[in-house]
Design a protein around this ligand. Structure first.
Ligand SMILES: CC(C)(COP(=O)(O)OP(=O)(O)OC[C@H]1O[C@@H](n2cnc3c(N)ncnc32)[C@H](O)[C@@H]1OP(=O)(O)O)[C@@H](O)C(=O)NCCC(=O)NCCS
Length: 270
C-alpha cells in the first residue's frame, strides 16, 4: 500500500467532486446518486492538486454483505495504487461491520479486484436501447408484497434504496402481484432496474411496460441468468453495450435468490 496518499472520508459536501469523477469515466450517475451513496454508505477519497482524484464507497446491506461502489481514479493518477488503496479502505470498512464485500466490476476494475482476492460470482450484461414515446409518470401504489419479495431476491432489506429510486422526479414504478420494476433518470440515459419478478413471464411484462413508458435512451443491467429479459430486449432492438463481473471477497456465491432478479439496480448499487 502506498503511504504517500492520505485517505479522507467523503461527506455530502463532496457530491459535486464525486460527480466530476464519475462523469469523467462516462458513467451515468446524477447528483442524487452521489447524495444517496454518501448518505447510505461511507465514501472515501484522495485529494491532490486541490481536487478529488480518486474515490470509493462502502455501502452496507446488513446483515450479510455490503457493496463496494464508485471505485474511480482520474486519468492522470492511474496506475499508482490509488484504486487498490481505496478498495482496501472500503473492504476494511465492510469487514469491520462484519459484512462480505461484493461488487460489480468493469473489466479494468476486475484487474484490481482479482489481485486482492475477489472472485467472479456472476455476469451482468448492460443492455442499451431506446424507449417508447409515452411520458414517465409515477404509479400510485407499490405492490403489497414488494419489500418481502425484494428482500428474498436481493438478500437484504434495501427498502430505503427502492423508495429513493422510485420517489425521484421522473421515476416510474410498475408492478404486478408477482413483481415490480423501477426506471429512473440518469446523466446519460434512463436506467431500468431493479426489476424483481417471480417468473420469467412476469419479468417480461414488467420490462416491456417500463420500456414503453420511458422516453429516450435506456440502459438496463441484466444478470446473464435472466434469459427471458435478454430475449425481450433483443426483440425491442436493444444491444449489449458492456459487461460487468459480479465479484465477492471470501465467498464463492452471491446472496439472496438470484433467480428472482431480472435487472439489478445498477453496478454501483447491486
Ligand atoms: C479501474 C481503475 C479504478 C484503476 O485505478 P488505478 O488507481 O489505476 O489502479 P491501481 O493503480 O490500484 O492498479 C493496481 C493493479 O491493477 C491492475 N490494473 C489496474 N488498472 C488496469 C488496467 N486498466 N488494465 C490492466 N490492469 C490494470 C494492474 O495490475 C495494477 O498494478 P500495476 O500498475 O502495478 O501493474 C481506473 O482505471 C479507473 O478509474 N477506471 C475507470 C473507472 C472504472 O472502471 N472503475 C472500476 C469500477 S468497477
Amino acid at each position: 500500500m502506498n503511504l504517500r496518499w492520505r485517505v479522507d472520508r467523503l461527506t455530502r459536501a463532496d457530491v459535486e467532486a464525486g460527480l466530476q469523477l464519475s462523469a469523467e469515466a462516462g458513467w451515468n450517475q446524477l447528483p442524487s446518486d452521489w447524495r444517496y451513496l454518501l448518505w447510505a454508505g461511507q465514501g472515501f477519497g484522495v485529494h491532490a492538486d486541490g481536487r478529488l482524484i480518486a474515490s470509493s464507497v462502502a455501502l452496507p446491506y446488513p446483515p450479510h454483505f455490503g457493496w463496494v461502489s464508485m471505485v474511480l481514479v482520474t486519468a492522470d493518477y492511474r496506475r499508482r495504487g490509488l484504486a487498490t488503496l481505496l478498495l482496501q479502505t472500503a473492504v476494511d470498512h465492510l469487514h469491520a461491520l462484519g459484512l462480505v464485500p461484493v461488487l460489480d466490476a468493469t473489466p479494468e476494475g476486475r484487474e484490481v479486484y482479482s489481485r486482492m482476492g475477489f472472485v467472479d460470482i456472476g455476469l451482468v450484461d448492460r443492455w442499451q436501447g431506446k424507449g417508447g414515446g409515452a411520458a414517465l409518470e409515477r404509479s400510485a401504489e407499490p405492490p403489497a408484497r414488494y419489500d418481502a419479495l425484494d428482500m428474498s431476491a436481493f438478500g437484504a432489506d434495501r427498502r430505503h434504496l427502492l423508495d429513493e429510486l422510485a420517489g425521484r422526479p421522473g421515476s416510474k414504478m410498475v408492478s404486478s402481484n408477482a413483481g415490480f420494476g423501477i426506471a429512473r433518470q440518469g446523466r446519460r440515459s434512463a436506467q431500468l432496474g431493479p426489476v424483481v419478478a417471480e417468473a420469467p413471464a412476469v419479468a417480461g411484462e414488467l420490462v416491456e411496460h417500463l420500456v414503453q413508458v420511458t422516453p429516450g435512451d435506456i440502459v438496463a443491467d441484466v444478470p446473464r441468468s435472466a434469459d427471458a429479459v435478454g430475449q425481450l430486449l433483443i426483440a425491442k432492438g436493444f444491444m449489449i453495450q458492456r459487461r460487468f463481473h459480479r465479484m465477492a471477497l471470501g465467498r464463492a456465491t452471491g446472496f439472496g435468490d438470484a433467480g428472482l432478479i431480472q435487472a439489478i439496480a445498477g453496478p454501483e448499487l447491486g
